[in-house]
Write a protein that binds this ligand. Sequence first.
Ligand code: PEP
Ligand code: MG
Length: 325
Amino acid sequence: RIEKLKELKDLPAVTTDGKQSMLVANIGTPKDVEGALKNGAEGIGLFRTEFLYMNRNDFPSEEEQFEAYKYVAEKMNGKPVTIRTLDIGGDKKLPYLNMPDEMNPFLGYRAIRLCLDEKEMFKTQLRALLRASAYGNILIMYPMISSVVEVRKANAILNEVKEELDTKGIKYDKNIKVGIMVEIPSAAVTADILAKEVDFFSIGTNDLCQYTLAVDRMNERIKDYYKPFNPAILRLIKNVIDASHKEGIFTAMCGEMAGDPLTTVILLGLGLDEFSMSASSIPNIKNIIRNVSYEKAKEFTEMVLNMSTPDEIEDASRKILYDII
Ligand code: PEP
Ligand code: MG
């Protein structure tokens, strides 16, 4: 079975009736690129940059970041590399940054909110990202966007950095794509508004589930309430994908749901363009996609969108998965 999955490495993730999806990898450090390539990733869908900032006593320099981003871009050799700007806060703190204790850290001062305040820190990262974009196919992604307001503020800072680079004659990809994580319910609901101002979406189901269902993703005691199959989650995902396609942009998913075999047929049926997951899950998900038709996936998805409970949807998904593989 493992051998058979290995043979899939260089084959596309295409349904029996010809609908192709992108299967890409989530990585946490530059070293992870090796595993991504070994498993046939067609790109990096989420490069979490927190590793650069954690377990140290001071900010990482522009040069250090530039080297890390450039390394990944070059290793991926023209394949897309989506790099997420700093998503610190919540449970992740930095000793060298003043981050006061909060009653609800996951609803607090984190990610883009913090970056928009710590402008010099943010500009350093954006400068490193832009410079690295001259060496490959880099896309920039902002985390924890709740409305178009943060997108505009972040883009204003990005434009400042671009102008500074232009003045100095430093090269970067002038057409670099800028997208957002859709992981806050307000962003999913207003996807039609956001789609007009970004180049792509990536749905972060880990946080989207946490915030939509009001279930702390770290709390074991309430884990039975954490259900990606909740109809609310499926409706939000559908809304995001439909809104993106209406504006001619693509939707990826980089939360755990994208690598869960039980959800593959639904996500396919909803029209998800790109699945980003830990590299080791790629062969398995590809195998599912290659053994189902898009027509059947759409039919199935229409059926489950009419169901009332997460368990009904999960049972139906288990059944269709067994039929397929
Ligand atoms: C998510 O929220 O789904 C996500 C991919 O980001 P993280 O797990 O890093 O919060
Ligand atoms: Mg998240």
